[in-house]
Design a protein around this ligand. Structure first.
Ligand code: 1GP
Length: 250
């Protein structure tokens, strides 16, 4: 399907149901694995395929995204750790400002470098407030960003941060415990953020079990993202997708 500018955000805001995104790691997938993943996502009716990472070793994002796009109509959304991960083979990009941190490079610096590249690309740009949440591990995202996360026990801090992001005009909030998190984002924090903002709340990091997935949905996540867990157990793609899609909106 050819998407027009604005279609992906429209899908995020008006689908009328909770949505499920699979995170495809460009370092871990061969072309044939990317093909298989795309086909599994088709069968499971996954809503988005996100791709990117805080640190990517092999810069084959463009190739992997092209392979995925050839095998699915599911929108591919970049979730980049840096400007080198930008490819206009994708449909959209989460333009992440790390609002939980106080590192100016992650708040606006890298964005200045990326802006002219994105302006020339055909990518739909979705301004996103990215918030790292304490997860029991020093994740790559935390280390690479040089920031401290929102403490797990402080849902109010998360809620006020998300609200400020919305007031600044950001169009989505991404609450991330980070890939490889020991614990996912606490449901109380998801609920506190959801109560404050009307923009989509994306939640990921450390979601491994169907209970983790269900808890994120019940707390109000609009889009649930899973990466690691489905790498070792691809059968979970269909299971997570079913849970997310059947969990009623609050
Ligand atoms: C990480 O939110 C994503 O940024 C997904 O995390 O790989 O732990 O599922 P996992």
């Amino acid at each position: 399907m050819a998407y027009s500018m604005g279609d992906i955000y429209q899908k995020m805001t008006s689908s009328g149901r909770r949505q499920f995104a699979v995170l495809a790691d460009p370092d871990k997938l061969t072309n044939s694995q990317a093909e298989t993943l795309a086909e599994r996502c088709n069968t499971a009716e996954v809503d988005y395929i996100f791709t990117g990472g805080s640190l990517v070793m092999q810069y084959r994002m463009e190739e992997m995204v092209s392979v995925i796009r050839r095998h699915t109509r599911i929108p591919v959304v970049l979730f980049p750790g840096n400007v080198l991960q930008v490819t206009d083979q994708a449909n959209a990009i989460l333009f992440l400002s790390l609002i939980s941190g106080r590192n100016p490079e992650m708040l606006i610096g890298r964005h200045v470098e990326a802006a002219p590249i994105l302006n020339k690309s055909g990518l739909e740009v979705i301004p996103t407030g990215y918030m790292l949440v304490e997860s029991g591990a020093l994740t790559t995202a935390l280390y690479m960003s040089g920031t401290i996360p929102v403490p797990r026990s402080k849902p109010d801090v998360a809620a006020c941060t998300a609200l400020a992001g919305q007031m600044l005009g950001l169009q989505a909030i991404y609450l991330d415990a980070g890939s490889g998190a020991l614990q996912p984002v606490p449901p109380a924090m998801i609920a506190a953020v959801k109560a404050q903002v009307h923009i989509p709340v994306i939640v990921g990091g450390g979601i491994r079990t169907t209970d983790d997935c269900l808890n994120a949905c019940k707390a109000g996540a609009d889009i649930v993202v899973v990466g690691n867990a489905i790498e070792s157990r691809p059968d979970l793609i269909a299971e997570f997708s079913r849970i997310v899609h059947t969990s009623p909106l609050l």
